[in-house]
Every structure is written in structure tokens, then in C-alpha cells.
Ligand binder design. Structure first.
Ligand code: PSU
Ligand code: MN
Length: 305
């Protein structure tokens, strides 16, 4: 196995990849911008711990002092939780590298770097997507287009209900990014497991997801895979409270003229406050649930490779 010259892999990630043992990538924007301090540091450590307890090596990804990193040391995990890092998408990577700056990687940038490193499975909370009103603002996350060219399975609870979910699924179709429901026939809405968005494909076994990854390799599609993994019903958020809090958060973002890449972090943090912390607890359950499934998929992939 050759290590890509632009990356620095942690010792344990390099060893696991060389031995064909399972590795799961984790993003850092969810830590730096998606969860409030100090819960974000606890969460970052917990996600790594869940993977280790399932025999999987964690590869938390970020750019530190200009170096794209795949797998962090404990004091570096602390840095992404406590420093005010830039939110870094793929287009920011070369700028950070050239200027020696640091950034927390979004799903797009994490999937891109994981793809370069040969890490095939990635767990996050929710995928970015097409924002509401995108027909005027053109605001569509680079998460979608990058997945067209990054051979990584992203395990997420669908995408957040703050987005335009039907448009997000349409764009994934256009970009030829496959979407499978894991144990579901519909695309989950992050905090809520149900929606009226029927998916073409459902799988119920992590080994089937691993087989899809191998078939993608064989066919040379070069694309990623969205694995939509809903929360179990007893853990999802109350629908009425969900609708009320989101309406309030949107009205505030509008009134304050929040735009561009500030929109997602603004809404997420405001939704936590307006729900008295409830949305955060559900958010953490979602991420844990995705990390556990990603571990099972990575294990099945490593076993069959
Ligand atoms: N969804 C979440 N939590 C997050 C994000 C999305 O549940 O923190 C972050 C991810 O890093 C995702 C990014 O890649 O927001 C999308 O931002 P944008 O819409 O600006 O591309
Ligand atoms: Mn955007």
C-alpha cells in the first residue's frame, strides 16, 4: 500500500490499512461547528471509542497546520474541539495546505481525503444537501458533487430537515451517487426516521453494503455511496416540537440575514438552544448509531476484501 504524498496518516491508521483491517473515517466539522462546546470534545472521543470497542480503527480527519491528517492523536482531537478552526470544504484544502493553516473538514472534504487515503467507510450525522430556496441562492452543499467522485460510503441519517430533501435526492440522482436505505424504504429526515421520500433500494445487512462497495470498484464508477440509516423509533425527536423549533430557527436566520456557509452552523446551534438541548441529544444518538453501523460495514468490507 502506498500512502498518498499529500496526506499524513496516524500510525494506527497506516498500520490498519496496510494489514487490511477495518478503518472508519470521522469528520471534524461536526465537532468544531456542528456541536456546542464542551459536548463536542466528549462526542469526538466517544465516536472514536465506539469504533475501537467494535475492533475498528478511527480515522478522524482534519487539516492541521497545513497538513491533511487522517487519524489524529488525542491532543489533536482536542484541538479540533477547542480551537476556532475554519470550516473546510474541498476547495479550501489547497489553500490551507499552501498557507499552513488549519481547518475542520466537512463531509465533502472528509470524503475526499478518506478517498485519497483508501478509507472506504465514513460515519457522520447528516449529509449536507440542497438548501431551501436554492432556486434563488444556488446554495447546494459540495457534499453532493464530491460524493460523485470519492469512493467512500457515507453513513448518515439522511439529511437534516432544514434542507430541501426532495431536491437533495434529485441532485444525488443527477450526480449518479447511489443511495440505499439501511433497514428502511424511505429517506430519513435526520431527527425523524420517516418521510414520504421513497428510496429505490433497501439493504438490511452490512455485508450487502460491503458487496456494493466491491461492485463499485469492479465497475469503476469511482462514486461514493449514501447509506441512509434512520434512528430507531424510540430515539427520534417529537414531530410537533421538531416542526415548531425549525420554524422559529428559520425565521431568525431570515431576520438576521444569515447567508452561505454560515447557514447550517447557525441553524444547528439555534435549534439546540430553542429545543432546550433536546435536538442535541437526538443529534448525538444519530451520530452514535451511524458510527456503529459504519463499524459493521467496514468490518464486513475488510473481511471480504
Ligand atoms: N449535518 C449535520 N451536522 C453538521 C453538518 C451537516 O448533521 O455539522 C456539517 C457537515 O460537515 C456538512 C456540512 O458537510 O455541515 C455542510 O455544510 P454546507 O451546507 O455549508 O456545505
Ligand atoms: Mn452552502
Amino acid at each position: 500500500m502506498t500512502i498518498h504524498p499529500a496526506l499524513r496518516l496516524s500510525t494506527e491508521v497506516a498500520a490498519a490499512l496496510a494489514d487490511g483491517r477495518p478503518v472508519v473515517a470521522l469528520e471534524s466539522t461536526i465537532i468544531s461547528h456542528g456541536l456546542p462546546r464542551p459536548r463536542n470534545l466528549e462526542a469526538a472521543r466517544e465516536f472514536e471509542e465506539i469504533l475501537r470497542s467494535q475492533g475498528v480503527t478511527p480515522a478522524t480527519i482534519a487539516v492541521l497546520d497545513g497538513v491533511p491528517r487522517v487519524g489524529l492523536e488525542p491532543d489533536e482531537v482536542r484541538r479540533i474541539a477547542e480551537e476556532d478552526l475554519a470550516k473546510a470544504s474541498v476547495r479550501d484544502l489547497a489553500i490551507l495546505a499552501a498557507l499552513g493553516r488549519s481547518g475542520a473538514t466537512t463531509v465533502a472534504a472528509t470524503a475526499y481525503l478518506a478517498g485519497l487515503a483508501g478509507v472506504r467507510v465514513f460515519a457522520t450525522g447528516g449529509l449536507g444537501g440542497v438548501h431551501r430556496g436554492a432556486q434563488d441562492t444556488f446554495d447546494e452543499s459540495a457534499d453532493l458533487s464530491v460524493l460523485a467522485h470519492s469512493p467512500v460510503a457515507v453513513v448518515s441519517a439522511g439529511a437534516k430537515s432544514v434542507l430541501d430533501l426532495p431536491a437533495t435526492l434529485e441532485r444525488l440522482e443527477t450526480l449518479s451517487v447511489p443511495v440505499v436505505g439501511f433497514g428502511t424504504d424511505v429517506f430519513p429526515r435526520f431527527w425523524l426516521r420517516e418521510s414520504d421520500l421513497t428510496l429505490d433500494w433497501r439493504v438490511d445487512d452490512p455485508a450487502d453494503v460491503a458487496a456494493i462497495l466491491r461492485a463499485q470498484d469492479l465497475l469503476g464508477t469511482g462514486a461514493g455511496l449514501v447509506v441512509a440509516n434512520p434512528l430507531p423509533p424510540e430515539l427520534e425527536w417529537d414531530l410537533v416540537e421538531h416542526d415548531r423549533v425549525l420554524a422559529e430557527a428559520f425565521a431568525e436566520a431570515d431576520a438576521q440575514g444569515v447567508r452561505g456557509k454560515a447557514v447550517t452552523p447557525f441553524l444547528l446551534l439555534r435549534i439546540v438552544e430553542l429545543s432546550g438541548g433536546k435536538s442535541l441529544e437526538v443529534n448525538l444518538d444519530i451520530a452514535r448509531n451511524n458510527v456503529r453501523l459504519a463499524a459493521r460495514i467496514a468490518t464486513a468490507f475488510a473481511a471480504g476484501a
